[in-house]
Design a protein. Structure first.
Length: 196
């Protein structure tokens, strides 16, 4: 594939389940967690640290009320796309629209800090123009998910809370078998800040 693959970090969701347990003012993206490398960082920084250096085009989609997340993302080379909606579909559409000229996009969830960099590389390698590459661990689909460039219009047409799952029916899904439980591990409640 001639055009590079871009990374879109989806970080606009408000984490309501997390806030119900931890407190209304607690942003899960800023909560400390111990990465698989043993270092303590915020959830969003763990996500950014795990992005392979080869993925140079980076966009983080978030809301304007997250200045710490924005600063962190800029420090890791991300362009920032601000949206008012917290919906997954709106976030994906805005992120792809910001870098629509690429050869494909890797959708990275901002609350999944335990995906190994080598796993991300495995997924990116499998991204083809007409394909969707999905990590599979123990028979379950996980994240991040890679989309080839032919999905650009479909991704930009997403809206609301619906993610990109409906697009799976429109292309070739490449299942990337990975030995990485991190692809299924999102931090939706405080207990999930500890991996294992």
């Amino acid at each position: 594939m001639s055009e590079p693959i871009g990374v879109i970090v989806l970080a606009a969701g408000q984490g309501s389940r997390f806030r119900q347990v931890a407190g209304a003012e607690k942003d899960k993206l800023l909560a400390d967690c111990v990465g698989r490398d043993g270092a303590v960082r915020s959830v969003i920084e763990q996500v950014l640290v795990n992005l392979p250096a080869t993925l140079e085009k980076r966009v983080l989609v978030t809301t304007a009320d997250r200045p710490q997340v924005i600063r962190m993302a800029k420090a890791y080379g991300c362009a920032i796309v601000l949206i008012e909606s917290t919906g997954m579909g709106d976030s994906i559409a805005a992120g792809v629209a910001a870098c629509g000229e690429l050869g494909g996009w890797l959708m990275v969830l901002g609350d999944m800090p335990f995906v190994l960099p080598s796993t991300i590389e495995q997924i990116v390698v499998q991204v083809a123009e007409d394909g969707i590459s999905v990590p599979v661990h123990d028979g379950d689909y996980g994240h991040p998910v890679g989309f080839g460039c032919s999905f650009g219009p479909g991704l930009m047409a997403l809206s609301g809370d619906r993610g990109a799952k409906p697009l799976f029916a429109q292309g070739r899904v490449v299942e990337v078998s990975v030995d990485d439980p991190g692809v299924l591990w999102d931090v939706d409640v405080p207990e999930k800040l500890v991996f294992g």
